[in-house]
Design a protein around this ligand. Sequence first.
Ligand SMILES: Cc1cc2nc3c(=O)[nH]c(=O)nc-3n(C[C@H](O)[C@H](O)[C@H](O)COP(=O)(O)O)c2cc1C
Length: 509
Amino acid sequence: MSDFDVNSLFVLEIFVDLLILLLGIGVLCIAYMYVVDSRQTKHAIRRNFPVVGRFRYFFETLGEFFRQYFFAMDREEMPFNRAKRSWVYRAAKNVDGTVAFGSTKSISEPGAVLFVTHPFPTLAEDYAAPQAMIIGPHCQQPFKASSFFNVSAMSFGAISQPAVSALSRGAAQAGCWINTGEGGLSPHHLEGGGDIVFQIGTAKYGVRDDGGKLDDEKLLAISAHPEVKMFEIKISQGAKPGKGGILPGIKVTEVIAMTRGIPIGEDSISPNGHADIRSVDQLLTTLAHVRELTGKPVGFKLVVGGSSFFDELCEAIKLRGVEQFAPDFITIDSGDGGTGAAPQSLLDSAGLSIRETLPLVSDRLLEHGLRDRIRVIAAGKLITPVDVAWALCAGADFVVSARGFMFALGCIQAMQCNKNTCPTGVTTHDKDLQKGLDPTDKATRVASYVANMEMEVGTIAHSCGVREPRQLNRRHARIVTDLGQSVPLDVLYRKQAEQNPLFSTSSEE
Ligand SMILES: Cc1cc2nc3c(=O)[nH]c(=O)nc-3n(C[C@H](O)[C@H](O)[C@H](O)COP(=O)(O)O)c2cc1C
């Protein structure tokens, strides 16, 4: 036997010994797990199916990631199905947005929105650019908002620093506003130089005194930024009405602490409501105070739970004076809105859908003669041109989206926003994971998303025979009912108002 053969045999022997050792260890581990599983009393599956039962947890975790690729159909997933997400991805990447062969959407399914096409669509030479709209005409500094599609509130903390930078720069390129969310105004919000809506949350981050009350000097300092165009008082958020937010201390970095005006490294907990706003009158007083102090438009955001609040609100506004006390805008969030973290019961079942509340609020304001004074901003899964065009038809002056813009930033709906493990860097403060989100590249995607949204809502408008999206109204869209037939929005909402106690003025909440 040659030296080479002897060496080869020796290596083979070691390899076989190692293999036997590993197999032995493996068998021992399985035996150990078998004994542990069959003796423990906490997990029924593991007790009844020792060792094999453990795979359940493994597959459950993998399912979160792989379901969307292998099993879910185009229109199946929640909160956002693949068809909708894909539209946003294509729009953000500015790639061909056309689809071949035919629609995967059933147009006879109840709830489907169908637009009323005109036999003679608007010709290209008659197209008009979407009109800018003034918010807060009676303020010292009214805001002329150019885009009907804007970035909804997402606090710095809930989303990462590169995400805020990309949104700020992208929104500036697109000419739309970003809303700071309740986490205050950071230097990253100012990077792009575009329009900003400053949100005053229940903890009043960024504008709070040591006792957590509104600090007028800090408010004035925020308002001194020319980029800050409006203030939004957050009453509630669709995903968690009546619940405050919590940002764990580990996420309260130096910049976040500075932005919010709180200590570094300590849990950041916002109360579930404003201690100083406990009635319609106090709400109107606060709105008027902020507007008087800053000279800029002020409104509030809420998720609607019923209609009587709006009657009380409108009556109080008329009593105290429309010019001075009316909110310049109301942002209506949907009960199925998004969040960084919320209890499942509130996420699933608290607050009404924007599909129901947008027409309701718009009509209530109209009935009280306040519709022209108060702008209506709608939010809640309005991320594609069909959603946005429906909202404009139903009564919205503006549409805002949070998760649509998260998709534009690269979000893959991994549903990890509350874990600091977001794989795309959008909602994590882990520097390694944030590396994947390049603010310059993603800013372009944010801008393209807005541009393509405006273009395709325009396409729907032209198909309906009007010159630009703001001319869409309730006669331009229909909704398929339970009988499989569609009804125009103007007829449907009038009928609802007549038949549904929720829509009637005398309803009790
Ligand atoms: C990560 C994240 C953070 C959010 N933070 C806030 C916030 O600070 N203040 C607020 O009013 N709404 C917040 N929202 C709610 C959104 O602004 C929006 O109202 C809601 O998600 C509905 O819009 P969408 O369906 O387009 O996401 C947040 C949503 C998400 C997904």
